[in-house]
Design a protein around this ligand. Structure first.
Ligand code: MG
Ligand code: MG
Length: 259
């Protein structure tokens, strides 16, 4: 059952999403060769708690961390380790926070130092996929219109669209109805209505769309070992149009300062 939100709830969800946005901005400030995922995780947890929020993933489904950090061929759900990040890595950082009872949940894939041009292209296209999906999140469209446009754009570049993991409704729970696949048929699925709040999160692989889970029972990796990218925003339907509740602005400000 889809739980449509009131304008007042959407305003709280914006604040929850913005806690995550600022946390990812802090992560961006420290994202460089030598930093360890576990250091980033501790920083993120402290920051979220300082904002009268609580980490959204920690403890949920037994998750041991505040951030999920997925490097190179890792797609999503990577657990933070002490293995330092290296020049040329791509690093997906997914973060959740609960503020006044509502979840924010979004993600960004960082290029650390100089990455190969074909890998940078994967990042650029995945991010474009995210915004193409958001554009479709208008009242009267159908849920699969989102995935259809994401899939078309990714496959045009020869990339694999992950099928086993999908976007989702968001609210007082991290995962609400509806599921929001990154693939689909035009005009299919539930009709998009006022007050819908969803996390759109294309997971796009350079090669095969097939994925596997590591023995830690968390980390999802590409079946062929090629890199994968992941970008996520939280979106509400307000006055029939998509409103992005999260922002990459804090990340981009931090990255611009490093240049
Ligand atoms: Mg997420
Ligand atoms: Mg999500």
């Amino acid at each position: 059952m889809i739980i449509y939100k009131t304008p007042a709830e959407i305003e709280i969800m914006r604040q929850a999403a913005q806690v995550v946005s600022r946390t990812l901005g802090l992560v961006a400030e420290h994202m460089r060769p030598g930093v360890t995922p576990l250091e980033l995780d501790k920083m993120a947890e402290e920051y979220i708690r300082s904002q009268d929020a609580i980490p959204g993933f920690l403890g949920l489904y037994g998750c041991p961390s505040t951030l999920l950090i997925s490097i190179n061929e890792q797609v999503v759900h990577g657990l933070p380790t002490t293995r330092p990040i290296q020049e040329g890595d791509i690093v997906s950082v997914d973060c959740g926070a609960v503020y006044k009872g509502y979840y924010g949940d979004h993600a960004y894939t960082f290029a650390v130092g100089n990455v190969a041009p074909e890998v940078q292209k994967l990042l650029d296209v995945t991010r474009e996929c995210l915004y193409l999906g958001i554009e479709q999140t208008v009242a009267g469209n159908r849920i699969e219109d989102i995935g259809y446009h994401i899939q078309q754009h990714a496959e045009k570049h020869g990339y694999g669209v992950v099928r086993d993991l999908v976007g989702h409704g968001l609210g007082k729970s991290l995962h609400e109805d509806p599921q929001v696949p990154n693939y689909g048929r035009r005009g299919k699925g539930k009709k998009i209505q006022e007050g819908l709040t969803i996390a759109i999160e294309p997971m796009i692989n350079m090669g095969t769309d097939k994925v596997m889970q590591l023995e830690d029972n968390w980390t999802i990796v590409t079946a062929d070992g090629q890199p994968s990218a992941h970008f996520e925003h939280n979106v509400a339907v307000v006055n029939g149009k998509p409103v992005i509740l999260s922002t990459f602005d804090y990340i981009e400000e931090a990255l611009a300062k490093q240049k």
